[in-house]
Design a protein around this ligand. Structure first.
Ligand code: MYA
Length: 623
């Protein structure tokens, strides 16, 4: 990510030695005394505010309750047939072995309405909210991730752009089609453009008739690429800016029937084998100007917002996967006898099951917290959605791996189905934004936000009489923090009495986190953008803080509603909070010179390995 505009946009807001650094375009830095934005942006995002050391409760407490009675009722009617379908009709092992989904299964899914879950009913869909969608996707994730990707590539990203950015004509024309049997796909990635999505080379140029764009280029690893009739395609388009012609990404709705669209053979993949993944080629495709989605030159933001909008779906699906794997492990542990005892009576196995349950609980809490906030109209959910995807895919891997471990030799056999799930899961840490990129995205966006607020403070000091309120409140906070008296936000009224200790610890960690971010900004200035070791540690802290807030909130809800599982949920939440805040407590140490020297040594070693084309040292007895 070094030198990318993501880096650049963060740096615009970071002061370095009292000098503001403005960075223009991809990676070109120029020192300037740039005038700062008038006042820093305010946000209700928990994670953004965390970077300022502020506990913003509005998106985490109380746990979102977005479903109306009707919506809840609808779910009670929808979930059982979908469960039944996956138990009785779909055959995940056969899908995997055949590397395709049986026609009857696909027909059944269309009939259930599973391909148009969030399309308004008047346009042929089920009109589900994000929370309702999450609940159904959780069922799919519990049974067959390959089918899930076919469904998800279609609606979570394939035609999501039409739902989010389409004009009334585009919606009226395309949404009935994508709910009526025509598959959709999202075409962004190219051979030379994976994580660096802004560097795509596919181009679309306005034809002399002014009525069409002529689209040329190729895309790779496109889910549903071989079966989609309707595609959201991203391409560079020349636009006039300040008297110059520059390329900017534009999104287009492209139909295979336009001509010039073709696709390669299905890729032979490690997992999600039944989902169709192909290359897609565009050769002089005539795309009507009416098919520009979201405006010429706005395609990068269209792409990012589609991805942001769909990420909670992965958390929901993988919460289902973890629930299912945990059930298999628990059943085995409760019945298998070794050394005269059931496995679940051994402390080692108990700890594994507890950790798996914690990870599942956190993942599920994230999925419903993000989807619930989105349903309540919250716009600032991007970092939380990214965290939900990262956390879900990392923990699903651990949970399924540990399930296999508990089942032992049986877990390794195809018959238990877990090896397929593990293969299916591997891609979730890679696609829809690799977890590595998303961690940097969280850290850099958070730093940009904190930087802009620091900058506002610096500006206030230039004219103190006009900004006394801001200066006094910041000075007060810093003074109490400096003498160790700051305790952070008072969360007592928001959490169950049993969880107040954990909540106080979280509030203290949030305060310390802000101090770490500020110290980091002061230490590195603009240079922090290239400090991926530092950024990764900050991202880990942000994930720990948000996940802790999510489970404290959900378990408090369980206690408030006197759910039968309330004690168990509070146990999970308290245990997670204890471990996560302990890790957060060591953040300052992890950013200290000694720890960073260790990190730098690792960086040099990694570089040396890359330069040597592998391990530079020979085996001890290499003769
Ligand atoms: S699809 C392919 C997925 N590909 C990616 O995710 C690409 C990852 N790369 C990126 O996200 C970006 O390139 C990064 C930024 C983050 C690296 N939200 O100059 P910039 C704004 C909102 O910083 P770069 C797949 O895998 C930014 O503020 N805005 O950008 C399918 C700036 O704005 P301004 C954002 O450094 C898998 C502008 O954009 C965001 O080049 C199948 C430029 O930004 C953001 N996130 O790179 C899945 N990022 O100019 C199937 C940047 O105003 C679905 N910006 O300052 C499965 C569903 C689940 C299962 C369902 C079961 C049923």
């Amino acid at each position: 990510m070094k030198g990318t505009k993501l880096v650049a946009c963060a740096s615009r807001c970071i002061g370095s030695s009292n000098r503001l650094i403005a960075v223009h375009s991809r990676g070109k830095a120029t020192a300037a005394t740039a005038e700062a934005p008038r006042s820093a942006r305010q946000s209700t995002s928990f994670t953004l505010n965390l970077f300022r050391g502020q506990f913003e409760p509005s998106q985490v407490f109380p746990f979102p309750e977005p479903l109306s009675d009707d919506q809840r009722q609808m779910l009670t009617e929808l979930v059982p047939p979908v469960e039944k379908f996956f138990q009785e009709v779909n055959d995940p092992a056969k899908n995997d072995a055949d590397a395709q989904i049986e026609d009857g299964t696909l027909a059944g899914l269309w009939e259930l309405g599973a391909f148009g879950l969030q399309v308004p009913t008047e346009l042929g869909g089920l009109g589900l909210s994000n929370t309702q969608y999450a609940r159904l996707v959780e069922v799919v994730g519990a049974h067959d991730l390959g089918v899930g990707i076919t469904l998800g590539a279609h609606q979570s990203i394939g035609f999501k752009g039409v739902l989010l950015f389409g004009d009334p004509q585009q919606k009226a024309h395309y949404l009935p089609r994508v709910t009526g049997g025509e598959y959709a796909a999202f075409c962004l990635t190219e051979p030379s453009s994976g994580s660096d999505a802004g560097s795509i080379k596919t181009r679309a140029v306005l034809a002399p008739d002014g009525k069409h764009f002529i689209l040329n280029g190729s895309k790779i690893w496109i889910s549903n690429g071989g079966i989609a009739e309707i595609m959201t395609v991203f391409a560079q388009t020349p636009i006039e800016k300040d008297g110059k012609t520059v390329d900017k990404v534009t999104a287009f709705i492209v139909e295979r029937s336009f001509g010039g669209v073709s696709s390669g053979p299905p890729e032979n993949k490690m997992g999600i084998r039944c989902s169709n993944t192909t290359e897609v080629y565009f050769e002089d495709v005539k795309v009507p100007v009416a098919n520009v989605l979201g405006g010429v030159g706005n395609g990068f933001k269209v792409a990012m917002n589609i991805l942001n909008n769909g990420r909670f779906g992965m958390a929901a699906a993988l919460a289902g996967t973890q629930r299912s794997a945990l059930r298999q492990a628990a059943e085995h542990a409760a019945t298998r006898v070794q050394f005269g005892k059931r496995l679940c009576e051994f402390g080692g196995v108990q700890e594994k099951l507890a950790r798996m349950a914690m990870l599942q609980y956190v993942t599920e809490s994230l999925a419903y917290m993000v989807s619930g906030n989105m349903d309540s109209g919250c716009q600032d959910y991007h970092l939380e959605a990214a965290i939900s995807k990262v956390f879900a895919s990392d923990s699903a891997w651990t949970v399924v791996d540990e399930s296999i471990q508990i089942l032992g030799g049986m877990g390794y056999m195809k018959a238990t189905g877990l090896e397929r799930v593990l293969r299916d899961l591997r891609i979730f840490r890679i696609f829809e934004g690799t977890n590595d990129i998303l961690r940097l995205f969280v850290a850099l966006t958070g730093i940009q936000f904190a930087g802009s607020h620091l900058q506002e403070l610096m500006r206030a000091f230039k004219n103190p009489t006009a900004h006394l309120g801001l200066i006094f409140s910041e000075a007060g906070k810093r003074a109490t923090r400096a003498v160790g008296l700051a305790r952070g936000a008072d969360l007592d009224p928001l959490v169950a009495p049993e969880l107040r200790g954990a909540a106080r610890e979280l509030a203290r960690c949030v305060l310390e986190y802000g101090a770490c971010v500020e110290a980091t900004l002061r230490k590195y200035g603009r240079g922090v953008l290239d400090e991926q070791l530092v950024l990764n540690r900050l991202a880990a802290g942000a994930i720990d803080a948000y996940t802790t807030a999510a489970v404290l909130s959900r378990a408090s809800r369980a206690q408030r509603l006197q759910l039968p599982s309330a004690q168990h949920e509070m146990g999970l939440a308290e245990s997670w909070a204890e471990e996560a805040t302990e890790r957060m407590g060591s953040l300052a140490g992890a950013l200290a010179p000694r720890a960073l020297r260790h990190g730098q040594r690792l960086s040099s070693l990694g570089q040396a390995v890359a330069e040597a084309g592998g391990q530079p040292s020979r085996t001890p007895h290499n003769v």
